[in-house]
Structures are given as C-alpha cells and as structure tokens.
Write a protein that binds this ligand. Structure first.
Ligand SMILES: [Zn+2]
Length: 67
C-alpha cells in the first residue's frame, strides 16, 4: 500500500484516509470518487468536499476495497 499518496496538491505523504465523494451533476448516485489524504490534509479536503455537499464518507485506506 506504499503507493497511496495524498491527493492534496504538492503533498507526497502517504495517505491514511480515503474520502469517498460524489458529484450528482457528473456522477450517478452509486458512483464513488476517491481522494486520498494524509493526516495533515484530511480536514482540508473533507471541508472542501463537504462545502459542496459532495462528501459521502471517509474510511481508513486499509479498508479500501481492492482495485
Ligand atoms: Zn497531504
């Protein structure tokens, strides 16, 4: 799982969190986009998605389904 890198711009830290989100204007309701976040950027990325009502849930990357 060493290839899980934080999605925050310019950050190369290993991601601990997977933020699962959906933009109803672009995606079907069941679709989940995933942003990865390190501890430092989790809150920032969650706030960004939550402000747009896109955030569905956040799970540890260890619980991400394979693929
Ligand atoms: Zn980061």
């Amino acid at each position: 799982m060493t290839d899980l890198v934080c999605s925050s711009k310019g950050c190369r830290a290993q991601a601990q969190w997977a933020l699962r989100w959906n933009n109803p204007k672009l995606h079907t309701a069941e679709r989940r986009k995933v942003w990865l976040a390190c501890d430092d950027h989790r809150q920032h990325l969650e706030n960004f998605l939550a402000a747009r009502s896109f955030l569905r849930d956040t799970i540890p990357t260890s619980e991400l389904p394979p693929g």
